[in-house]
Design a protein around this ligand. Structure first.
Ligand SMILES: [Zn+2]
Length: 109
């Protein structure tokens, strides 16, 4: 008797399932959409700030040399696109490297 009442209550409290909805009732269509968007943005390997920081000087050196750093180190590029802090760090580094290169002429090449 009690079980039946609980079941009935649960049925009443759960929102009606829209046509073509996903079989998993724990995700609303909005939640599912957000999940998909999140997965789409996520790459297999993501770098965090400290990992990026370790690679950022190498990355900036490549860019300063006119190499396609984004192609060579796509994970760093991806992190820089998403993280304003690291991007600022990278741009500062790049600026320093370029200034240094200009001052030293062809010695670095
Ligand atoms: Zn970062």
């Amino acid at each position: 008797m009690l079980k039946r009442m609980i079941r009935k209550l649960r049925k009443q409290n759960s929102p009606p399932t829209p046509a073509g909805a996903l079989p998993d009732p724990t995700l609303t269509p909005t939640q599912f959409r957000e999940l998909i968007l999140h997965v789409a943005r996520t790459h297999e390997v993501e770098l965090n700030c400290s990992s990026t920081f370790e690679l950022i000087d190498e990355y900036a050196e490549m860019a300063a040399q006119g190499r396609n750093a984004a192609n060579i180190m796509p994970q760093v590029n991806q992190h820089l696109e998403m993280c304003p802090d690291c991007r600022e760090e990278y741009q500062t580094l790049l600026h320093i490297l370029r200034t240094f290169e200009l001052e030293n002429g062809d010695e670095l090449a």
